[in-house]
Design a protein around this ligand. Structure first.
Ligand code: SER
Length: 886
C-alpha cells in the first residue's frame, strides 16, 4: 500500500523534477487575504502572484497546502463524520505555473503522474472540460485517446473555477476516478452524477481572467495554471478504498481513539470516531498556526470544532478529556511533513485539555437540558430557538453542536428563534451600557461592533496584514469614504495594530492600497475593548468602506513597546522579591520611549533597593529565556500562580505570560495575566535602567524606567556628563567623585573662614559708614553699624560680641544683602529695665520699609525690603535712644 506520506512526497518530487520549486505550506490563517477566514485552497497563498501584484516565488511551483473549510462560505462542519469525503481539514496537492506553461503541459503532467508514475488504470479515469474549451478537449483527446464520451463538456460553474467573487479565475478541467459499479452513481453531467461512484480527484484550473463582484473584469497578465488534488481522495484511490476515512492516516487516528476509549469504530459510534479524527486534525493544525479558542471570529470557529469533537468523545463514554491524548498519534502520522505540529505539540495538548476540561463542567448539564426539552419529541420535531440559545449562552454549546446532537434523532433547531434570542441579548447589553452613563457619542462604537463584530487582532504574530475596511468615522459620525487631508478613524475586520489597553500605548503605522491610498495612523484606540480604531489622516488618495487595504505597523516602535511592556513584568517580580508580597501593580504606562510602573509600597525605595531591582531584572534579561504565552480561565491562571490585577475585569479566557528563568516548583520568574504584546525572549529587552522613583499618592510609588536603546542613550548621556565634570576638574571620571567631595569640603571651610573674617572686620570697627563706634547718647553707650554683605545669621553673634565689649550700652547692626536690610538691636542686661531691644528694632524695620520685628528686651531682630535706608534705621534707634535717655 502506498501511504499518504509517500503520495505527498511522490507528488512533490514529480513536479520538483519537472522544474517546479517546492514551496512549504502557508499557515492556515491567510494574513494576506482579508476576505477569507482560513486558507481553503492550494492557490490562496499565490493569489497576488497570479494577478501580478506580487512577484511569484518561481515561474513554476508545487506545494502541499493545509486547508480548513469550516465557518464562512465553505462550511463543511455539518456533514463531517457522516459522509465519506467531508472534512474540516484537508491537504491540497498542487502545481502552479505563473505565466510559464499553460494548458498543454498542465494536462500532460497530470496524465503522466496519474497513469505513468502512479500507474492508475486509464480506463478508470474520466475527464471534464468547460463546454466552450475546445482546446482542452483536443489536448485530452490527443493525449489519452479517450472516446468522446469520456471527455465530458460541462456548461456550468462546476467547470469554471473562481477563488471567490473577486480574484483570479478561469475554465477548468476535472479528473474523475471510477470506484466501480458496486457503488451507485454516474459520470459527471449524467443524471446519476450525485452518486458516489465517480469521485473528482484533481482539478486543473486554466487561470486566465480576473473577477470583481462575479464579473470578469480583466485578463490576467499571463495565462497561468493552478491545480488542486485533495490528498485524502487520491490516497483512498491508491489504497484501494472508497471512503477517505478508511485511508491509512484516518485509520491510525481512529485506531488511537478506539484504543483510548475502548469503543469499537462500528455501528452507532462510527460517526463519533470519524468526527474526532477529523476535528483532531483541524484543531491541532489551527492551534499550531496560532489560532486560539475564543468567542469571536476564527477563535470561535476553532472552539465550535473542538466542542463538537468533545461532545462526541463524551458520547463514546470517555470519562477523562480525550482529544489531547490523541495528539501524539497525529504527530506520528503528520509531524514529519508538517514540523509545526511537532513544535506546537505541547501547546496543542495543553489547550485541548484545558478546553475539554472546561467544557465538561457544563456539558452534562447542557445535555440534560437538551434531553428535557426534546424528551417527548419524535422525528421531525424542532427544538425551540430559545432553548438552543440558552444552551449556547449558559452551557457553551455552539449552535451547530446542538444541531449535531439532535441529528441522529431527526430533530431540527429553530434557527430564527435562536437568532432572535441572540438579538435580544445584544439589545439588553446596549441598554445596560447606556444606563452606565457612557458618553452618548460613544454609541457609534456600539453600532459598529454590533454590525461588524469585534476586530480580530492579528498583531501577536504579525506586524503587517491585509484587511477589509468595515467603517470610517469622521467627527463622531460614520461616513462611507474619506479623501486627502481628512482626519478620520478607520475600522477593519482584522488588524495587526494593537489598540491602546492595559497600559500599553496603541500602535502607529500606515494603511495603504495599490490604488494610491496613504493613511498615516498616529495611534490606535480600543473602543468598547473590542474594536481597534485606527486614528489618523489621509495623506494621499482616498478610502471607502469595503476597500481591501494593506496595514503596516511601525515595527521598530512596536519592538520598543514590547521591550518596555515585558520589562514591566520583570520589574513587578523583582520589586516583590525585594520589597515583599504586599507589592502589587497599581497602574502602568507602556510607551515606546519609556515606561512607568506604579505599585503599592509605603515608603520611598532606597538606593540599594533600586540597585538590587535593576540588577535582578538585568540578570533575567541576560538569561534570555523564551517568553511563554498560554490561554487559561482566570481561575486556573491564578491557581497557576499568575499575578492578576485585583478588581480588573477579565473575560472567560485570559492570556498568561510566563517570563524569565524557572524557579521553585518549575514556575517562571514572572507569571502574569496580560493581553499586551511582548518580546519573544527576555534578551530582546536588551538593558533595563530605572531613571526615577517618586510618590504618586500615599502608599503608592512610581518607577520610571527605560529599556534597550533608550536605556543605552540615557547611560551615554550620563557618561558624557561625568566626563564634562571630570574635564572641568582636570581629572579623570574615576577620580571625579573624590575631587568633587574634596572641593565641597574645601568650599565649606572657605565659607566659614570668610564669615569669620567678615565678623572680625566688623568688630574691628572699620566697617565703612557705620559711624563712630560707641557714641555716648545721653550717658548711654551706643554702637551703630551698617555692614554690606553680612550674612544675617551673623547678626546675633556680632551683637553678642558687641555687648561683651561694651559692658553696658545699646548696639544696632543692619546687614544689607541683595538690596534688603536685616536689622538687629541688642541692649545689655543692666539697661533692659529702661529700654527694650524690641522697640528699637521696630523703628529700624519701619525705616527699612518693613513692618514688625521681634525678640526679647535684650535682643531683637527684623528686616525690611529697602536696604538703602540702612543708615536711617541706625539713626532711628539713635534718635529714640536720645529721646528716652534725655
Ligand atoms: N483552486 C482549485 C481548487 O481549489 C484548484 O487548485 O479546486
Amino acid at each position: 500500500m502506498t501511504s499518504t506520506n509517500d503520495i505527498r512526497r511522490s507528488f512533490l518530487d514529480y513536479f520538483a523534477s519537472n522544474g517546479h520549486a517546492e514551496i512549504a505550506s502557508a499557515p492556515l490563517v491567510p494574513f494576506s487575504d482579508p476576505t477569507l477566514m482560513f486558507v481553503n485552497a492550494g492557490m490562496v497563498p499565490f493569489k497576488n502572484a497570479f494577478t501580478g501584484l506580487e512577484t511569484p516565488p518561481a515561474p513554476r511551483a508545487t506545494s502541499s497546502q493545509k486547508c480548513v473549510r469550516a465557518g464562512g462560505k465553505h462550511n463543511d462542519l455539518d456533514n463531517v463524520g457522516y459522509t465519506a469525503r467531508h472534512h474540516t481539514f484537508f491537504e491540497m496537492l498542487g502545481n502552479f505555473s505563473f505565466g510559464d506553461y499553460f494548458k498543454e503541459q498542465a494536462i500532460h503532467h497530470a496524465w503522466t503522474l496519474l497513469t505513468k508514475e502512479w500507474g492508475l488504470n486509464p480506463a478508470r479515469l474520466t475527464v471534464t472540460v468547460y463546454h466552450t474549451d475546445d482546446e482542452a478537449f483536443d489536448l485530452w483527446k490527443k493525449l489519452t485517446g479517450f472516446a468522446d464520451e469520456k471527455i465530458i463538456r460541462i456548461p456550468t460553474k462546476d467547470n469554471f473555477w473562481a477563488m471567490g467573487s473577486d480574484g483570479p479565475c478561469g475554465p477548468c478541467s476535472e479528473i474523475f476516478y471510477d470506484h466501480g459499479d458496486h457503488i451507485w452513481g454516474g459520470p459527471p453531467g449524467s443524471p446519476e452524477e450525485e452518486g458516489d461512484r465517480f469521485v473528482e480527484i484533481w482539478n486543473l484550473v486554466f487561470m486566465q481572467y480576473e473577477q470583481a463582484a462575479d464579473e470578469i473584469v480583466a485578463d490576467l497578465p499571463k495565462p497561468s495554471i493552478d491545480t488542486g488534488m485533495g490528498i485524502e481522495r487520491i490516497a483512498a484511490v491508491m489504497q484501494g478504498v472508497h471512503d477517505n476515512y478508511d485511508t491509512d492516516t484516518f485509520k491510525a487516528l481512529i485506531g488511537a481513539s478506539v484504543s483510548l476509549t475502548g469503543v469499537k469504530a462500528e455501528g452507532d459510534q462510527r460517526a463519533s470516531h470519524r468526527v474526532i479524527a477529523d476535528h483532531l486534525r483541524s484543531t491541532s493544525f489551527l492551534l499550531a498556526d496560532g489560532v486560539l479558542p475564543s468567542n469571536e471570529g476564527r477563535g470561535y470557529v476553532l472552539r465550535r470544532i473542538m466542542r463538537r469533537a468533545m461532545r462526541h468523545a463524551h458520547l463514546l463514554g470517555a470519562s477523562e478529556p480525550l482529544m489531547h491524548r490523541l495528539v501524539p498519534a497525529l504527530v506520528t502520522e503528520m509531524g514529519q511533513a508538517y514540523p509545526e505540529l511537532v513544535r506546537g505539540q505541547a501547546l496543542i495538548q495543553e489547550v485541548l485539555e484545558r478546553e475539554e476540561a472546561q467544557f465538561r463542567r457544563t456539558l452534562d448539564k447542557g445535555l440534560k437540558l437538551l434531553d428535557e426539552a426534546t424528551g417527548d419529541m419524535g422525528e421531525g420535531g424542532t427544538l425551540p430557538g430559545e432553548t438552543a440559545f440558552k444552551l449556547y449562552d449558559t452551557y457553551g454549546f455552539p449552535y451547530d453542536l446542538t444541531e449535531d446532537a439532535l441529528r441522529s434523532r431527526g430533530i431540527g433547531v429553530d434557527k430564527d428563534g435562536f437568532d432572535a434570542a441572540m438579538a435580544q441579548q445584544k439589545a439588553a447589553a446596549r441598554a445596560a451600557w447606556k444606563g452606565s452613563g457612557e458618553a452618548a457619542s460613544e454609541e457609534i462604537w456600539f453600532d459598529i461592533a454590533e454590525r461588524e463584530g469585534s476586530t480580530e487582532f492579528t498583531g501577536y504574530t504579525s506586524t503587517t496584514g491585509e484587511a477589509a475596511v468595515v467603517a470610517i468615522v469622521k467627527d463622531g459620525v460614520e461616513v462611507q469614504s474619506a479623501g486627502e487631508g481628512d482626519a478620520v478613524v478607520i475600522l477593519t475586520n482584522q488588524t495587526p495594530f494593537y489598540g491602546e489597553s492595559g497600559g500599553q500605548t496603541g500602535d502607529a503605522g500606515r494603511i495603504w492600497t495599490p490604488e494610491g491610498l496613504e493613511f498615516t495612523v498616529t495611534t490606535t484606540n480600543k473602543p468598547l475593548g473590542r474594536l481597534h480604531a485606527h486614528v489618523g489622516t489621509v495623506a494621499k488618495g482616498s478610502v471607502k468602506v469595503g476597500d481591501a487595504v494593506h496595514l503596516v505597523i511601525d515595527a521598530d516602535r512596536r519592538d520598543r513597546i514590547r521591550a518596555n511592556h515585558s520589562a514591566t513584568h520583570l520589574v513587578h517580580a523583582a520589586l516583590r522579591n525585594r520589597l515583599g508580597g504586599h507589592v502589587t501593580q497599581k497602574g502602568s504606562l507602556v510607551a515606546d520611549d519609556r515606561f512607568r510602573f506604579d505599585f503599592s509600597h509605603p515608603k520611598p525605595l532606597t538606593e540599594e533597593d533600586i540597585a538590587a531591582v535593576e540588577a535582578e531584572v538585568n540578570a533575567e534579561i541576560r538569561a534570555n529565556e523564551a517568553v511563554g504565552t498560554r490561554l487559561m480561565t482566570p481561575d486556573d491562571a491564578v491557581a497557576a500562580g499568575a499575578l492578576a490585577l485585583f478588581g480588573e475585569k477579565y473575560g472567560d479566557e485570559v492570556r498568561v505570560l510566563s517570563m524569565g528563568r524557572k524557579g521553585g516548583e518549575g514556575r517562571c520568574y514572572s507569571v502574569e495575566l496580560c493581553g499586551g504584546t511582548h518580546v519573544r525572549a527576555t534578551g530582546d529587552i536588551g538593558l533595563f535602567k530605572i531613571v526615577s522613583e517618586s510618590a504618586v499618592s500615599s502608599g503608592v510609588r512610581r518607577i520610571e524606567a527605560l529599556t534597550g536603546e533608550g536605556a543605552r542613550q540615557w547611560l551615554v548621556a550620563r557618561d558624557e556628563a561625568v566626563r564634562a565634570i571630570a574635564n572641568a576638574l582636570k581629572t579623570s571620571p574615576d577620580e571625579a567623585p573624590a575631587r568633587v567631595a574634596s572641593l565641597v569640603e574645601e568650599r565649606k571651610r572657605l565659607e566659614k573662614e570668610l564669615a569669620d573674617a567678615k565678623r572680625a572686620l566688623a568688630l574691628g570697627g572699620g566697617a565703612g559708614d557705620a559711624g563712630p563706634a560707641d557714641e555716648d547718647i545721653g550717658g548711654v553707650a551706643f554702637s551703630g553699624q551698617v555692614i554690606e554683605g553680612l550674612d544675617p545669621k551673623e547678626l546675633r553673634p556680632l551683637l553678642d560680641d558687641a555687648k561683651k565689649r561694651m559692658g553696658s550700652g545699646v548696639a544696632a547692626v543692619c546687614a544689607v544683602n541683595d538690596g534688603k536690610g536685616a536689622f538687629a538691636v541688642a541692649v545689655t542686661d543692666d539697661l533692659t529695665g529702661r529700654f527694650s531691644a524690641v522697640d528699637f528694632v521696630r523703628l529700624g524695620v519701619e525705616a527699612l520699609g518693613g513692618k514688625g520685628g521681634g525678640g526679647r528686651p535684650d535682643m531683637a531682630q527684623g528686616g525690611g525690603p529697602d536696604g538703602s535706608k540702612a543708615a536711617d534705621a541706625i539713626a532711628a534707634v539713635r534718635e529714640a535712644l536720645a529721646k528716652v535717655s534725655a
